[in-house]
Design a protein around this ligand. Structure first.
Ligand code: AGP
Length: 610
């Protein structure tokens, strides 16, 4: 999630822009840059580094320009380099653009523009916007060019643009990614998030989806996609700066749980070819003989990422019919695993810096295994050690307990499994098309699952004094149960353990009694009846049961003490939404127990040492 800041007002822009970037640093970034207009001259500074370094560079320049844009980049396309840092310019360096989000069709647009003589300098998707505006402005004017450029883009984005021929105008446009505007003290300010505006105003104008706007010192004009004026009253935002960084949520973890529909949608953008009925994963060389020849797949990871790997392994076997297993990186690295050119390794890691996972990857590479990574941080060690990386696009995850990173890992692994199945011919076209449709619907199902926040909070209040929990799930949702138990353990410190439902009678059922609650996942699908049998055996022993079921499942509702109803989705993609009420339950139990969900005791966000 990049940070955007734009200013048009009576004061020198550079210090105000840099201060705004500093307030957006919590979003995570790897590069920073700004552009200031002085008359018809663009002044640009950018670097692959911190905002403080950029400020030091600019401080000595004393730029007088009173209009500009500034950016912090969380890399999604193109390495972490100064060249790829924003702002990006057109051929004649009279237009500067900064963007948050993903332009899905950037390759087609770039090819078209290069064919028209445009020369590109970076590997980013954003740069196409600068050249598109350059090509369109002569005939449409700058505002018209911004609208037309936005109309040509596919994806989820918000961008700010300045043009040397309009020295007192700042242009903005968005689709899906957020953009907020404030007007105060003769200035107009735009940003990707509220914290950057708070020093100037609490009266916030939210730009609507598909809208664009012109800003000038003390004024704004909003237009819809057709260029018609839009009237929009500002909203008063009562938050403190700290609250604003959490988007008004009490904790980063809760904010990140609620960001999951967007994070999963971003992870899928440009990777689902609905018309062809299959994924489109240019980033992964799955056709390369080294990978396509693999006779089995080992997924290696730790913690939550290992739970995602369990899901990925099951889906690879189901859809690609390739032997697959999820192995704890800490076990693999000290064991005697059978690795080699016929064993492909998929390393899953949010941070890309987890010591055990990196060690397991080194072992795999020494043995000649091809290594793919699923990772959330561009440029992290894992992405440098792997042969190729499929990036999750969760943005920065501040909460130590992983939430949006997990669901984006599930989405990424599902993409790989479907693609692998298509390439191996084990997934019939109709099933591949259905799978792609199912994945495309996942963000919506996640959004529906978030409506369980209230019921989850009620259950948390009722069960906050429990000493133990059992979590049960089967097949695709055994990892869901494991992840739900880990969430509860790591932020509320209540002991919780997860088992595949079929294991219950091989021991765990001995623990069941009225003070030992169970959370069971029994959504619509091939193992629902078996899970309901588990539930009835538990209740026969007076064990309380919280059941996750598909909406409208009356038998399930009658089977348990409490039911959390989830939207109906294809069984194989149900984990993406089923985990949400478990995340919410764990969060609210932690809050009820006065634990800090963002900074749980004894834990670090990334375990970079053994
Ligand atoms: C999950 O909530 C924990 N924060 C932890 O288990 C984490 O998933 C694990 O340390 C792996 O981290 P990684 O994904 O960055 O490799």
């Amino acid at each position: 999630m990049c940070g955007l800041m734009g200013y048009a007002g009576p004061s020198p822009a550079a210090p105000i822009l840099l201060e705004g970037l500093a307030r957006l640093e919590y979003r995570g970034y790897d590069s920073a840059g700004l552009a200031v207009l002085e008359g018809d001259r663009l002044r640009v500074e950018k670097l692959a580094g911190r905002v403080s370094e950029l400020a030091a560079r600019v401080r000595g320049l004393a730029w007088p320009g009173r209009l500009g844009i500034a950016h912090t980049r969380w890399a999604t396309h193109g390495e972490v380099t100064e060249q790829n840092a924003h702002p990006h310019l057109d051929c004649h360096e009279r237009i500067a653009v900064i963007t948050n989000g993903i332009v899905e069709n950037w390759r087609e647009l770039r090819a078209e523009l290069e064919a028209g003589g445009h020369r590109f300098r970076s590997e980013t998707d954003t740069e196409v916007i600068a050249h598109l505006a350059e090509a369109l402005a002569p005939s449409l004017g700058v505002a018209g060019a911004v609208r037309e450029a936005a109309a040509r883009l596919r994806g989820a984005y918000a961008f700010l643009l300045v043009h040397a021929t309009a020295p007192d105008r700042l242009f903005v446009a968005r689709r899906s990614a957020p953009l907020v505007i404030g007007v105060a003290d003769g200035a107009a300010i735009a940003a990707s998030d509220v914290p950057a505006l708070l020093p100037h105003t609490r009266e916030i104008v939210y730009l609507g989806d598909g809208e664009s706007a012109e800003l000038w010192p003390g004024g704004i004009r909003l237009t819809d996609a057709a260029g018609r004026p839009v009237a929009r009253d500002p909203v008063h935002v009562p938050w403190s700066a700290a609250e604003a960084e959490k988007g008004g949520y009490a904790h980063f973890m809760l904010k990140e749980i609620h960001e999951q529909p967007r994070a999963v949608a971003d992870t899928l953008v440009g990777r689902l070819d609905l018309s062809a009925g299959r994924p489109r994963l240019e980033e992964l060389p799955l056709s390369e003989p080294r990978i396509s020849a693999a006779r089995r797949v080992l997924l290696v990871a730790c913690g939550t990422a290992w739970h995602a790997s369990l899901y990925g392994a099951a889906l690879l076997e189901e859809l690609a019919r390739v032997p697959a297993a999820a192995v704890l990186a800490s076990e693999l690295r000290y064991g005697h695993p059978v690795l080699g050119p016929d064993t492909a390794v998929v390393a899953v890691s949010q941070s890309g810096e987890t010591a055990d996972t990196l060690a397991a990857v080194r072992l795999a590479r020494e043995a000649g295994s091809p290594v793919l990574a699923v990772c959330n941080v561009m440029g992290s060690q894992l992405t440098r050690d792997a042969d190729a990386t499929l990036y999750t696009r969760a943005g920065l995850e501040v909460g130590v307990a992983s939430t949006k990173a997990y669901t984006t890992q599930l989405a990424a692994l599902a993409l790989i499994a479907v693609e692998w199945g298509v390439r191996r011919g084990t997934l019939p076209p109709a099933e591949a098309a259905a799978a792609v449709e199912g994945l495309a619907a996942a963000p919506g199902a996640l959004a529906e699952a978030l409506r369980l926040d209230g019921p989850a909070a009620d259950l948390a209040r009722q069960y906050r004094f429990a000493y133990n929990f059992l979590y049960l799930g089967r097949r695709h949702n055994w990892p869901t149960a494991a992840e739900g138990a880990l969430k509860l353990k790591e932020i509320s410190y209540i002991h919780a353990e997860a088992y595949p439902g079929g294991e219950m009678k091989h021991g765990p059922i001995a623990m069941i009694e009225p003070t030992f609650p169970t959370v069971a996942v029994a959504v619509e699908g091939s193992v629902r009846e078996k899970m309901l049998s588990n539930v009835s055996e538990i209740r026969a022993r007076k064990g309380p049961v919280i059941l996750l079921a598909t909406r409208g499942d009356r038998d399930a509702a009658a089977a348990a003490d409490h039911v959390l109803e989830l939207p109906r989705v294809p069984e194989r993609f149900s984990p993406l939404s089923a985990v949400v009420p478990l995340q919410l339950f764990a969060y609210h139990v932690a809050v009820e127990r006065a634990c800090d969900p963002d900074r749980p005791r004894n834990l670090a966000k990334s375990v970079t040492v053994e």
